[in-house]
Design a protein around this ligand. Sequence first.
Ligand code: FAD
Length: 394
Amino acid sequence: MSLAKLENNKLKIGIVGAGPAGSMSAYFLASQGHAVTLFERKKEVERKVCGEYLCPEGVRLLEELNLFDRLCAGFEELNGMVLVSPTNISIPSYFPQTDKKKVNKGLSLNRKIFDQRLLGLALETGAVLLKDTTVTRVVQNTNQKWTVIANEENYEFDLLIAADGRQSKIGHTLKHLKFIDTKRAAIHCYLSRKVDRGQRLGEMHILNENRYCGLDPISDDEVNFSVVCDSKRLKKNTPQNIINEVLASSIRLNQMFDPVDDNTEIKVVTSLKNKNLYIAGNGLAYVGDAAGFIDPLTGEGIYNALLTSKLLKESIEQSENMNHALALYKRKKNNLSFQKNILNNFFQFLIKRPLLVNLTAVFLKKSQKRANHFIGIIGNIHGPLTGFIKMLKA
Ligand SMILES: Cc1cc2nc3c(=O)[nH]c(=O)nc-3n(C[C@H](O)[C@H](O)[C@H](O)COP(=O)(O)OP(=O)(O)OC[C@H]3O[C@@H](n4cnc5c(N)ncnc54)[C@H](O)[C@@H]3O)c2cc1C
């Protein structure tokens, strides 16, 4: 199918899922003049379970697209992260500067507001939203087009984009997605701080017993708090107990927060990893978490959702036919994932070994620059390999 030829007719594109990946793709492709339909199973945009941290590269991407002010007005900046080891070695670290004129910053988002704004942008550009509409089946026809079945209606598209999240039904039914049981769960809630918030820093605590927790100070009285732990713990313990156990186990957390009570809304999510073995081809492309999701340790899922959408849009722009566009997108996406997967596996290896984490903390504590480069890797400011070289040289 020639895209050049279709430039006059325009492609009919169906996107399943109106999270950051689906809405961003809808915005890009509707801006190119294609006829975009977005399917979203929820009635309204919800505040999803998420650390709500946008990494500095994500901020830079939105600035480059001139969308930062529109999407991020009112959200607070983050200057870096405090890293805390199992023996309570605490290392305040700041996103390293790569450009003399510009300071790298992350952001504390409110996901409901961010996702709503992004969806609004897609709709303004001409995408059509079918909300409260669950896609139950997708079928490829003999003419290579895709039929999407939702609420007992059939819709036909030239290109189908699966942006239906880390438990992608499309990926699952087409057998493109491999779910990896990490045997881990994330327990999430919002806490208010007892003490002054001080500098604008997120926090990452590596705890004993294969657990870690992340803190993102959304506002003065709302700290986004999540603990990732072995899912077996939930068989013996309530989520509330697990959070209180974590708060009590750390001097720093104990000083910051009171124990949670029954009034605190706590959510639990499991299935924290998937691998997409297909990515794109045959009139179908996966973006965002549906194209592959790793444990949320380094908090870059939103950036990844925005970036994969941009890569797909660019691949379409640069290609003369659909097969070429999807092959190009697949190559770009695979290049992106390669180093990140190695890095993530390394972090997962590390957090299971508290002794190694403590040694790493001692190594980072010796040089502020070294610690800064370390969170430069986490913030996607440095590629993993470049970042490690910078850390070793610091
Ligand atoms: C505990 C935890 C903490 C995290 N913390 C961070 C963080 O701090 N920073 C960060 O960047 N990332 C974080 N992430 C990851 C981030 O939340 C995701 O990467 C991001 O939401 C991916 O966006 P998406 O659009 O691909 O998927 P989603 O946001 O999951 O959107 C998918 C959409 O598809 C819809 N949908 C699904 N199936 C269907 C269907 N059959 N029909 C119609 N609609 C459907 C869903 O309702 C949903 O709206 C975290 C994730 C977890 C689990």
